[in-house]
Design a protein around this ligand. Structure first.
Ligand code: KIV
Length: 259
């Protein structure tokens, strides 16, 4: 994996996708993705919960190992789950270290702005590469009340820009910008040297990330307006299984070729 900074220097867009197991990771690596995020979105797209809040450290380690089996040659970033880092810097470093050692991740990602900079510094001091995540931070759902765009007024956009600058100074190697106005995504990207990765942050970020299930049309609940489905795996899967059921009921399966 080339250093993520090289992409920004060369003005080459960075591609990232989430993955959660051997199959999703292998498919992403075969397609040539630049980096994989084992997101705590697994609470929603894998477990079927309505938020990411119930994902545990044990679950992250479990999924990380399967992703590593599927994508041995890809830069893998591990999401730090809800309450695994904001309690204390010591817990943040311990849990981040576990995602690297037991989960075989290359880096971790945490949500939050200026207020998490002291945690970032401790993790970077412990030689753990950290990615930031600002804008709509899904772990703050109880505070936000719903998943919505952040940074629409001056106070919010100033906070986002100040956060990005402070986080770069604290040592993150890249920042995810989620669900913010395109103009704010552009301003942040121009303000800092490290690459920005957008999800619903417009065209001017240094890269784009989407959730695996959204890219492949494999999730029935939330369909964010900013994500694009390049396949319709949901309906294709229902159709495939329906055909199997029909063949069995009609005694057409197993046939001669599948005895
Ligand atoms: O958990 C996740 O999938 C994420 C991405 C949406 C950036 O944090």
């Amino acid at each position: 994996m080339r250093s993520i900074r090289v992409f920004k220097r060369k003005k080459e867009p960075i591609t990232m996708i989430t993955a959660y197991d051997y199959v999703s990771a292998k498919v992403a690596e075969l397609a040539g993705i630049d980096s994989i995020l084992v997101g705590d979105s697994l609470g929603m797209v894998i477990a079927g919960d309505d938020s990411t809040l119930n994902v545990s450290m044990d679950q992250m380690v479990y999924h990380l190992n399967y992703v590593r089996n599927g994508a041995p040659n890809t830069f893998v970033i591990a999401d730090m789950p809800y309450l695994s880092y904001k309690i204390s810097p010591m817990e943040a470093v311990r849990n981040a270290g576990r995602l690297i050692q037991a989960g075989k991740a290359d880096a971790v990602k945490i949500e939050g702005g200026i207020e998490v900079c002291r945690l970032i510094k401790k993790m970077v001091f412990a030689d753990i590469p950290v990615m930031g995540h600002i804008g709509l931070t899904p772990q703050g759902i109880l505070k936000f009340g719903r998943y919505k765009k952040i940074g629409k007024n001056e106070e919010e956009s100033e906070y986002l820009i100040e956060s990005a600058v402070a986080m770069e100074k604290a040592g993150v190697f890249s920042i995810v910008l989620e669900s913010i106005p395109e103009s704010v995504g552009k301003e942040i990207t121009e303000h800092i040297k490290i690459p920005t990765i957008g999800i619903g942050a417009g065209r001017y970020t240094n890269g784009q990330i989407l959730v695996w299930h959204d890219v492949l049309g494999f999730y029935d609940k939330l369909k964010p307006r900013f994500s694009k489905a390049y396949k319709d795996l949901w309906n294709e899967s229902v159709e495939g299984i329906s055909n199997f059921i029909k063949d069995v009921k009609e005694k057409k399966f197993p046939d001669e070729d599948h005895l």
